[in-house]
Design a protein around this ligand. Structure first.
Ligand SMILES: [Zn+2]
Length: 187
């Protein structure tokens, strides 16, 4: 896995890029939950679930089906006062949380260790990696992270995830500013 902090960087940058206006306060903790939450499957390993099982690490909670389900639940239930079911806001939130949750497994698939990602669980538990895996895999847990080259992991994540994400974020901000500046001329 990339570290939780890297998933959080993706959540904040993409959230700021996707939603220009002021968001309800709960938006940010929920975004962090969607981006880093799939790794809560590590907890199941303490209850006898094997890594390679459907509910093992990088299994069900890293799948596309899980991303869509989690997004549907949080959008419909936790934002029911702000984004009515089926409204434009609802669709925007649903799309954002779906992509954000799915981005977790997608980024994990670029790492160079562990088992691959069960993108198509629960239909199929085959584990997949991307053809190119430049991101140094992070050891599980804080102790493992510090002991087994955590700094190297963080540097590779900064290089391969933070820099492209921030670059994309800056491009979106520039486009937004440009459009705002052009609007008065168009009237
Ligand atoms: Zn993960």
């Amino acid at each position: 896995m990339p570290t939780a902090i890297t998933h959080a960087v993706v959540a904040v940058a993409s959230g700021k890029a996707a939603f220009a206006g002021r968001m309800p306060k709960r938006f940010w903790p929920i975004a962090l939950l969607c981006s880093a939450g799939p790794d809560l499957d590590i907890g199941l390993m303490h209850y006898g679930v094997a890594y390679a099982d459907m509910w093992g690490h990088r299994g069900m909670t890293h799948s596309i089906a899980f991303a869509l389900t989690l997004s549907f639940v949080v959008t419909t239930w936790l934002f029911r006062d702000w984004a009515g079911f089926g409204s434009r806001r609802w669709w925007m939130l649903f799309t954002y949380f779906s992509l954000l949750t799915a981005s977790h497994g997608f980024l994990d698939a670029f790492t160079n260790g562990g088992l691959g990602i069960a993108f198509f669980a629960p239909l199929n538990n085959t584990r997949y990696f991307m053809p190119w895996t430049p991101i140094e895999v992070s050891a599980i847990g804080l102790r493992g992270f510090i002991k087994y080259g955590g700094l190297q992991t963080l540097i590779s994540e900064i290089l391969w995830i933070w820099v492209p994400v921030m670059a994309g974020f800056v491009v979106v901000l520039l486009i937004r500013r440009l459009l705002r500046r052009q609007r008065p001329l168009a009237q």
